[in-house]
Design a protein around this ligand. Structure first.
Ligand SMILES: C[S@@+](CC[C@H](N)C(=O)[O-])C[C@H]1O[C@@H](n2cnc3c(N)ncnc32)[C@H](O)[C@@H]1O
Length: 902
């Protein structure tokens, strides 16, 4: 296995097992020196009084009773906020201090997820009931009652028990195996809620505005592909005329699209890793500031009446203080303060407003945070609805009847207060103004929109925003983190966005003088306004967007020691191409690209923080490789179609490569029609696309001209497999067949007659060494059910179709197979084989390699693998230019069979 592959595998295992830790890791790196003395929970093992903390038992999950889960201000804030009835306080606070149970979700298509779940329910759960360990009853994992189809589970058992207690140890092996191959994803329970309330259908165009690390994006993508397997199978089996959908996709494929975006360049790449395992051609990843997300062109750029993409569904899982994550995030206890939310409030409102602008009329937008603070929640919803023109334009959807088993509390109708940095409570903005006495210390950070506007309105006042329709989830209700969700529906097109109140205006109301009469130094303004003639997307530069994005807080946790952005005024540069055409638009005010510092003023520095994790003076990220679609009559595509007998109903126009010359040299990717339209129409407009397409075919060196050098890449298997002609398909139904293929590397095909013929041929050629090797006895058995079929196949890549049959398999399966001269081999990594053996056969024994590696059967693969290793080493020494890297990949592919054994 090459170093690069080892690195990639480690990364994906790491992020699959623990997306949250992957995120924390990124920030931990940034703060490496500062945190050098900290333990794995982020504390210094000392409480505030300097006492050494008690260490958790070796191997046990961090127990928050043993580290300082105390922050008097955090406690006071929520106690005095009166979010909950007094009698619930102890439960709430007690839950917040306990370690969060581990929760996980079965991923992939519904059918696939259900079959992985079946193994849990049938093989493991029966053995995990009524077990006592160290004299205590151990809780078995339990399905989260509110999650559909039992596809999400939780467990509170500690690691030591899992390791030592045999039934749990076996269960742990299953969890690790399935997580490694991406069938199970660890995700916090509350974080699974927002996508479930979005009502996504396979034709929807969905935008995930703040998507990294991508656990919710994964849910959205799965929803887009819901039912696709069955639809594609039916279409492939049915007549050609019936499967053309209105959106131009044929063959039952989902026509929708998910665009996942994150403003942080590094985190947008984390997003790619997280979603790659889904192998979706209906996904695009972008890297933009969501407050100014660009309008994407979908009409021909030359057309006069330009059309821009509008979304059926939008998720804004915005950056927030994350104070609902205290059960897993030690920094909340350490760093919480009331003013962290102040700067975030403005960004959150802008993200929500921008989302509502881009939403289709009738479309749904979900706003969520993992904070419990009303300033980041109800206040944001209220302000965004107001800025969009009120309840005529946007309504809050009542989702009380959804997920009936989910325990929740209604949003706050009003009455919340704002605590300033001196820990003083304010009920109205006017009180702040009065207190400020012209010193302008408070109003710089506290804005009018943070206060409730609906408190005094009666329930039947039609102008009252029904904030109680928002959803609050508290830790003690069902042993989760704290979370906030609101579902919004756009009722009418939003023609104008009401301006945010500027600091100038705030000061004007304070001093009771006119706005004009109150000059304010520009560099002291944390939030700017720019009045433009039309609704504008950010200035997109034709350089592919190398302009650094503006600063903003990273994830929900505020980085109190990150360098803060200098507050500066940025010109909102109206690109006429980027304007959303809206009839009768008068002057519309949009926020400029200035984003306030995410941290208290006292820690601000003048050095701008760059999302890319580099100083803005640095070079920035490398430009993304362009996305170029291959002409449908290209000879390479013709060869592929011919070799695999691909149906004419499979689209030839959606294959692309990642090089400016549009040359299929190494990998060919497949995308959906809509993704293609968006990539092509927005080329050169400065939209920062960082990912799209599923690797469908990879080039490799082949010895014989009749073998197609383009093998099907496992990522693209489920996309192309239904359309492959009979000449490259092997059929199986029996459990024994699949078991033998998984269990053994390179099982033999062909009878003794062919073996003998080969030996004689070798002898004739006088290959002494080869003859010597042939003397080694090859005692492998052929696999009866497929032996004849495989013998009849030409060499090269093919697929194994396993059909569900009574008493054998309950689900259909498709697996990649490679036919060599005298053997065949499933092209599956060892981890995947092991997971399947465990899932399908409850078999944990080692994979057999009864082959003689020196025999002629392996010679070709061994040579190729050696060549691949040498080339990779040379590349690492810098002896091979990157443009020749495809040779390395090809050699690797050739040696893939051999690699599977390593
Ligand atoms: C709460 S996290 C999102 C978690 C994600 N939805 C998930 O389920 O995995 C917020 C994300 O917003 C990103 N972010 C912060 N400011 C942003 C902005 N102005 N525009 C877009 N993304 C932003 C952060 O980099 C972070 O990845």
């Amino acid at each position: 296995m090459t170093l690069q592959k080892v690195r990639l595998l480690c990364n994906s295992i790491f992020s699959a097992l623990s997306p949250q830790r992957a995120y924390v890791g990124y920030y931990q790196n940034k703060n490496k020196n500062k945190n050098a003395n900290r333990n794995k929970y982020g504390d210094k093992r000392r409480d505030r009084g300097g006492q050494k903390q008690q260490q958790p038992a070796h191997g046990e999950r961090g127990n928050y009773t043993s580290i300082a889960t105390e922050n008097a201000l955090y406690e006071r804030f929520y106690k005095e906020s009166n979010l909950l009835p007094e009698k619930e306080w102890d439960d709430f606070w007690g839950a917040l201090k306990r370690t969060l149970p581990t929760t996980f979700r079965f991923t992939g298509s519904r059918g696939h997820a259900l079959s992985t779940l079946k193994a849990l329910q049938e093989i493991h759960i029966p053995h995990l009931q009524g077990i006592t360990w160290d004299g205590q009853l151990v809780d078995p994992p339990k399905a989260l009652p509110w999650y559909p189809d039992n596809l999400a589970w939780g467990m509170s058992i500690g690691k030591t028990t899992i390791r030592r207690c045999p039934p749990f140890k076996k269960f742990q092996n299953y969890l690790v195996a399935e997580t490694t191959v991406g069938n199970i994803s660890r995700q916090e329970a509350v974080s699974m809620i927002p996508p479930l309330l979005m009502d996504i259908e396979p034709h929807h165009v969905v935008l995930d505005m703040c998507a990294a690390p991508g656990s919710k994006t994964a849910q959205l993508v799965e929803m887009i592909h819901n039912g696709e397997e069955a639809a594609v199978s039916a279409a492939a089996a049915g007549p050609a005329q019936e499967d053309l959908t209105k959106d131009g996709e044929k063959g039952g494929r989902a026509t929708g699209l998910v665009i996942a975006n994150d403003a942080d360049y590094k985190r947008s790449h984390m997003l790619i890793h997280q979603t790659k395992r889904l192998n979706s051609p209906n996904l695009i990843v972008t890297n933009h500031d969501a407050t100014m997300y660009p309008s994407l062109l979908i009409s021909d750029p030359k057309e006069e009446n330009k059309q821009y993409l509008k979304y059926d569904r939008i998720l804004a899982d915005v950056p927030c203080t994350g104070d609902g994550t205290a059960r897993k995030n030690y920094s909340v206890w350490k760093d919480w303060n009331p003013h962290s939310a102040f700067n975030l409030h403005a960004i959150q409102v802008r993200i929500l407003v921008r989302g509502l602008q881009m939403l289709k009329v009738g479309g749904r937008m979900v706003y969520s945070t993992c904070s419990m603070n009303p300033i980041e929640n109800e206040a944001v919803v209220q302000a965004a609805i107001d800025r969009c023109g009120g309840l005529d334009k946007v309504e809050i959807v009542d989702v009380n009847d959804r997920l009936p088993e989910l325990k929740r509390r209604p949003g706050l109708k009003g009455g919340w207060r704002v605590m300033d940095k001196d820990q003083k409570w304010y009920s109205t903005f006017e009180e702040v103004l009065r207190d400020d006495e012209g010193k302008e210390t408070r109003i710089g950070r506290i804005t009018r929109s943070m206060f409730p506007t609906e408190t005094d309105k009666s329930d039947d006042d039609p102008t009252r925003i029904p904030l109680e329709r928002c959803v609050r989830v508290y830790p003690h209700l069902q042993d989760t983190g704290g979370f906030f969700i609101t579902v919004l529906r756009k009722k009418e097109e939003i023609k104008a966005i009401k301006p945010e109140e500027t600091k100038t205006q705030r000061i004007a109301s304070l001093t009771k003088t006119s706005v004009e009469a109150t000059p304010v130094p520009e560099d002291a303004v944390p939030v700017e306004e720019t009045t433009l003639k039309t609704e504008v997307i950010p200035a997109l530069k034709p350089d592919g967007g190398s302009t650094p994005p503006p600063s903003s807080p990273g994830k929900r946790k505020l980085e109190s020691d990150s360098p803060a952005p200098a507050v500066k005024k940025v010109k909102a540069d109206a690109d006429p191409e980027s304007v959303v055409p809206e009839a009768s638009e008068a002057a519309i005010t949009v926020p400029s690209v200035v984003i306030p510092a995410p941290i208290p003023a006292s820690t601000e520095t003048t050095k701008p923080f760059d999302f890319r994790g580099k100083d803005t003076k640095g070079k920035g990220p490398p430009p993304e490789e362009p996305f170029k679609f291959i002409p449908h009559d290209h000879e390479v595509l013709q060869r592929i179609y011919e070799f695999y007998g691909l149906s004419d109903r499979f689209p030839k126009t959606c294959f692309m490569v990642r090089n400016a010359e549009c040359l299929p040299v190494r990998a060919i990717y497949f995308t959906s029609h809509l993704a293609k339209t968006i990539l092509e129409r927005n080329e050169g407009r400065g939209v920062k696309f960082v990912h799209c397409g599923v690797k469908a075919f990879m080039k490799q060196d082949v010895q014989s001209p009749e073998v197609c050098p383009w093998r099907i890449q496992s990522e693209g298997l489920s996309i192309v497999a239904p359309w492959i002609g009979p000449q490259r398909v092997v059929h199986a139904t029996k459990r024994d067949t699949v078991h033998a293929l998984l269990k053994e590397l390179f099982p033999k095909v062909g009878g003794a007659d062919e073996e003998q013929a080969k030996k004689e041929e070798d002898k004739k050629e006088g290959d002494a060494e080869e003859s010597k090797q042939e003397e080694v006895v090859d005692d492998r058995k052929t696999i009866e059910e497929i032996d004849k079929q495989v013998r009849g196949l030409g060499m090269g890549c093919c697929i194994l179709k396993v059909k569900k049959t009574e008493g054998e398999f309950s689900d259909d399966m498709i697996l990649p197979l490679w036919k060599s001269r005298y053997s065949c081999n499933l092209m599956l990594p060892k981890d995947e084989r092991k997971a399947m053996l465990l899932r399908l056969f409850n078999d944990t024994s080692e994979i057999r390699d009864s082959t003689n590696k020196n025999s002629h059967i392996y010679r070709e693969a061994n040579i190729a693998a050696k060549k691949a290793r040498e080339l990779e080493e040379a590349r690492q020494r810098g002896e091979i230019p990157e443009e020749d890297a495809d040779q390395v990949e090809a050699a690797e592919a050739e040696g893939k069979d051999e690699e599977m054994q390593e």
